[in-house]
Every structure is written in structure tokens, then in C-alpha cells.
Design a protein around this ligand. Sequence first.
Ligand code: ZN
Length: 442
Amino acid sequence: MQNYDLIIRNGQIVTKDSIFQGEIAVKDGKIVEVSTNTISGNTKEEIDANGLHIMPGVIDTHVHFNEPGRDHWEGLETGSKSLAAGGATAFFDMPLNSTPPVINKKTLEAKSKLGEEKAIVNPYYWGGLVPQNINDLKDLHENGVIGFKAFMSPSGIEDFDNADDETLYKGMTEIASFGSILAVHAESTVICAQLQEEKIQAGKTSARDFVESRPIISEIEAVRRVISYAEATGCKLHVVHASSKKVTDLINDAKKRGVDASVETCAHYLSLTVKDLEEKGGLAKCAPPLRDQEEVDGLWDALANDEIDIIASDHSPAPKEMKTVTDNYFEGWGGISGAQSTLNVLLTEGYHKRNFPLEKIVQVTATNPAKRFGLEGKGALETGYDADIILVDLNETFELQEEDLFYRHQHSPYVGKTFKGNVKTTIVNGKTVFHHGEIINS
Ligand SMILES: [Zn+2]
């Protein structure tokens, strides 16, 4: 007779390529059996998943928490609770929003120490690539960063400079030498700065003006340039938050030429438009900005064709007063609070509205992130994998309220939106951390 810690019974198990009725047994934080039959044995705990779908936890490759140093903004505890409530079991934290930013071993250690204390889901960290730290990159890699992040336009954080062409070229040469990966925020500094100045000079500061100051061509120009560096240096490349199929097409063309590249988009580019920016003000401000409906539809077409590797939240929150826009959309923090809602958006806008298969949702939220960034034992519901498991009710319908949010600052452009499909339980390394609307304290 086997002894287990947990058996999840009677659920619909969703993998990257199939859905079947089955059961999962967990011991010591690992999945030890997945079966279409009844699993027998002694177990400390049993969950009846009748009527629910069992999926691998979301791996959110793109969040901005602000610890250490910027403690009045989103933190590791509140941020990771929000992720758990949204069905994420791991996150990759961006390097720039802590003070100091993660650009050397010392600052990485300071952050990961806090992550160990405070995060309730699995934490991973990006290191920064900035003009000043080419000589620190290898050290960061050896100390466990998931990869590196560079901005091709100003980051909005004073002590995290954007990477000029020389930094990109030298940095990517260095990163390639030890086989790591560079993620880029790809917008053209030249185009955005000039257009912004023209708009402001002319007193044109509406939502539409802000969007027009950061056009898709600015992304296209930057992506083309960074792809050329990837080709020249052999550095693995990951383009974050592409806002248009015109951008994802470039990465797919590069892949066909043999460039080791991948592309991510975010839930907000799949569900919100310039109209939302006009209506919700700063809460929906981000960079690249929200686009029009045809771009949203284009991204869904790209997803249907397997042309987008990863969907992340780019959760980039700020205190609410910094998100208030009156009539000047060039003012106020750019960044959307969304970490809790990624799966809700994909189920509502994708699975229910566009027949986007659950298996593909698993691919872009779990399988592909684990594979691209080399997370062993993550991203699948298979024997020997870590028990990072979520239970989802596909048909639960609810209108998101501010008080549902676990963020430090309870705002999001999704507040007031009706979602269909919700996370009931989140299990991280075999332990239930979220159940029926509540965080479960260990
Ligand atoms: Zn970001």
C-alpha cells in the first residue's frame, strides 16, 4: 500500500496536448502518479475535483515587484499572493524596480533572501543588462538568474539605464558566451522621444496622442535591430510584451532563419484597447501602449498559429495616486496591475469567446516558459514533476471587484470586467496556498 500526502480525484486533467478524466497523487511536493483510474493507497489529504479542470500552475515570466527598497509599492508577499489567487505557481521578477536594482551578485542576493522569506509561490529573478555591468553578467548567471533584461528605451527608473547599441552588442556577446538569454523591452528611443516631444509641444496629450507617440513601427524598428544582434552574437533572445502581430511576425521570421528567439505578449494586449485607455485613464496606461481592436484580433490569430511562445502579466503596479491621469496622458506611471487576472483573461477571451483550446493555454502559460528558461520539473502534470497544480472552474462567472485583489494597491483595469472561468485552488510544491478565495497560511 502506497502512502501519499495528497490525492486529487475525479478532475479533468489538462496537459499541453490532451484533456482526460483522471487523478493525481502527490508526495513530498512531487507528482508521483497520474492515472485515468482510481489511485488507491493511504493519503493524508484528498481533494474532490469533480466538475473542475486540473492544470499546471501558471509560470508568470514577467512581473515587477519592488523589494527591496521601494517598499510602498508592490512587494513580494502581496504580489505573490495575487499570483496564487490567479493560478500562478511561479514568477520571474524583473530587475529594475527594487532599489538598488539587480545588476550584480550582491543586489541579487538581497532580493532572493527576501523572496525566500516572503513569496508564497516559486520565485525566480531576472538580472539586468545596463551599460555599467557587462563585467557582472557572468557572476549573476552563476548565481542563478533566469536570464537578463535590457531596455532599448528609457525604463522609467533612474538607476536602471537603458542599453544603447554598444551595450546590447557587447552584452549579448557576453551572455552568449555562457549560454544564457536576453529579454528586451523593444521600443525605439529615437522614435518615441521625438514623437512625444512633438505631441507635448503641440499641447496634444490625450490617450490617443500618447498611443500615437509610441507607434508599432517603434517596436518593429527595435525588434529588427535586436534580432540582428542576436544573429551576429548567437545570443538567445526573448522579446517581451509584443503589442502587435506585426512584431510577433518578425520573431517568427527570425526563428525560421535559425535565430534562437522567442516572443511574449501580455493579457492586456489580448483584451484591452485604446478605448479602455480613454475610459479607465492611467489604470490602463502601459508601454508599449494598448492598441486598437484589429491588433488584439491579430495577436489572437498569432496565438492560434502557435506564433507566440509565452503569455505573461507584465504586472507593473504603482500606488493609485501615481496612476491618476487628468488630461495629460504623458504623466503618471506606465504599467498595468494584472498578475491576478492572466488566466481569467485567457479563459474568458480565449477559451470561451474564441474557442482557444485549453491545451494551448497550458502551453503558453506553463510548458513553454518552463522549457524556454530551463526550469526542470516545472510546467507539466507528469510523474516526477513538482506538484504545482491548479484547480479551475471553467464556468464560474464573476465581476472582478477591487476588494477581490490581493495587490498592495487594489486597482486594475480589469476591475468591473465580467470573467468566465476562475481558479478555485492553487497548490505550490504540494502545498495548498490558495483555496476558494482565501490565501492559506502555512
Ligand atoms: Zn515589464
